[in-house]
Write a protein that binds this ligand. Structure first.
Ligand code: NAD
Length: 493
């Protein structure tokens, strides 16, 4: 099948590469000529596991890049829109990039073409897109509009695309339903998983990817409702973490106890600095705005946002309460991306925290395995120093802050770390270590929703192992195992 993907950001580039991997002929278009030039050279402009390898596999063969949407669209059966839909000042989704694409391609829709929204958009945008295309000269009956929201997560985007929990195909006519089924047939039939050089499945035995066929409005709602729900889960556990701290309980035990109920599940139930990134914050705002436009007061979403933003200021207050005046202190920072596995710093809680520390007169030295270049741009107005490794960032500091949950930060040489810091004080916004293990290693260790133990107290686990490494090794193992390994104290019934 001949496919155009418009927008080669995190979603568009991964989609284009993976659609080529599924056997389609793909043209990926971006209005950013520099990006197109980088891609044509075979370089990968973003940090994403497996993407460079797949780019190399398909670039110049089944996958081509272009800065010209019109010529690409005229040669395609299906056109995916994967442009940005950022938050506008009012909170609503800014659909100007979608409008720009409609202006560009409307006049050349002269053969049967399916236009598919992959970008996250408010409910009823398919209807609006149809109107935009018609106003721009597209012929009624020559095209159809569908919604195929994307659920990939940065850091695991390639395997998320190729091994989806579900594919949502929202179409209001047979043409749209037929073409979406054809696009994803290699996944829904399982034929891709049987090919010799298929990207290996990271978690479970591949079978067939489930396809959920809906109307366009339901598909649009599924995406916003899912992101709103995930954000609510994060804010909920962070609110419980505040209470756990107040009554000296342990949020890990609470999360394990709650998450072992399959109706709740353990995902997105880790207390920490809160959610960030280019999706959840803006999608929560856009979902509330579109509800309001349709006469619904979705006040729960306002509270989710309020709790999330408060989580960062509570973290900084904790630092202040412990170290006193922030001005004049030197602090090391581990992590700048909004989550592990990506170089994306958009709406990163880590970046917001670093800005606030710098504003309050802290000298910050930061390290991130992938996001230093993007962080330098985002923090250009602040005098931040950058270190080439975590130990370098910690040298001579009054405190070390862990702000992103990179796996490598959960496996630090604690003895070495202790030896380079001026004061062995750690604030862990991602709960990567067990308080017992850090106290035993001589650190004053503050985390989220767990007690700071007296230094040198004996660990209650025989072989200290970071919580994150325990958790990450547990994908697919029974919950009972998880509780035994994770909990430092028994869960009260
Ligand atoms: P992005 O900002 O990384 O990429 C958007 C790309 O579109 C940019 O390269 C930009 O140059 C290009 N573009 C803008 N206008 C264009 C035009 N008129 N013609 C051609 N190219 C144009 O955005 P992203 O993170 O890839 O997100 C894209 C959409 O997917 C958003 O709606 C987002 O909410 C949604 N989404 C994102 C993720 C994620 O993890 N990033 C996950 C699921 C859904």
């Amino acid at each position: 099948m001949h496919i155009t993907v418009i927008g080669t950001g995190y979603v568009g580039l991964v989609s284009a590469v993976c659609l080529a991997e599924l056997g389609h002929q793909v043209i990926a278009v971006d209005s950013d000529a520099k990006k197109v030039e980088v891609l044509m050279r075979g370089a990968c402009p973003i940090y994403e596991a497996l993407l460079p390898e797949l780019l190399q596999r398909h670039n110049g063969k089944r996958l081509r890049f272009s800065a010209f949407a019109r010529s690409a669209v005229t040669a395609s059966d299906v056109v995916f829109l994967a442009v940005g839909t950022p938050q506008s000042e009012s909170g609503e989704a800014d659909l100007s990039q979608i409008q720009d694409v409609a202006n560009e391609i409307g006049p050349v829709l002269h053969r049967s073409t399916l236009i598919v929204e992959k970008s996250t958009v408010p409910v009823c945008t398919c209807d609006a897109l149809r109107e935009m295309l018609l106003r721009n000269g597209a012929h009624e009956g020559w095209f159809s509009v569908a919604s195929n929201p994307e659920f990939l997560r940065e850091g695991t985007a390639v395997t998320d695309f190729l091994y989806p929990e579900r594919i949502v195909a929202g179409a209001d006519d047979d043409f749209g339903r037929f073409l979406l089924r054809e696009v994803y047939r290699p996944l829904t039939s399982g034929s891709y998983y049987r090919t010799e050089d298929a990207v290996p499945c990271p978690t479970r035995k591949p079978g067939k990817a489930p396809l959920l066929v809906t109307g366009t409005r339901s598909a649009e709602l599924i995406k916003h409702a899912s992101n709103g729900f995930l954000a609510a889960k994060v804010s909920y556990i962070n609110a419980v973490a505040q209470l756990a701290e107040a009554v000296d309980a342990n949020i890990d035990e609470v999360s394990a106890g709650m998450g072992s109920d399959p109706r709740i599940g353990t995902d997105f139930l880790q207390a920490g600095l809160g959610y960030g990134g280019s999706c959840l914050p803006k999608d929560v705002a856009a979902f509330e705005a579109v509800a309001k436009r349709h006469g619904i007061d979705f006040s729960l979403l306002r509270e989710v946002k309020r709790l999330n933003e408060g989580q960062r200021s509570r973290f900084i207050d904790k630092v202040k309460r412990s170290v006193g005046m922030l001005a004049g202190k030197r602090m090391g920072v581990l992590g700048l991306s909004f989550k592990e596995g990506t170089d994306d710093v958009r709406e990163s809680p880590a970046i917001a925290t670093v800005r606030e520390l710098a504003r309050q007169g802290v000298t910050v030295c930061a390290h991130d395995p992938a996001a230093m270049e993007k962080a330098r741009e985002a923090l250009a107005d602040y005098p931040i120093a950058y270190a080439h490794d975590p130990y370098d960032a910690a040298v001579g500091c009054d405190a070390l802050l862990i702000l992103t949950g990179w796996k490598q930060f959960a496996k630090l040489d604690l003895h070495r770390l202790h030896s380079v810091m001026k004061s062995p004080v750690i604030f862990d916004g991602r709960n990567l270590y067990l308080p017992e293990e850090m106290a035993a290693a001589g650190f004053v260790y503050h985390s989220v929703g767990r007690r700071c133990l007296p230094v040198n107290c004996l660990p209650s686990v025989s072989k200290p192992e970071s919580l994150r490494s325990v958790k990450s090794g547990l994908a697919g193992t029974p919950i009972s195992t998880q509780i035994v390994q994770v909990k430092p104290r028994p869960v009260r019934s």
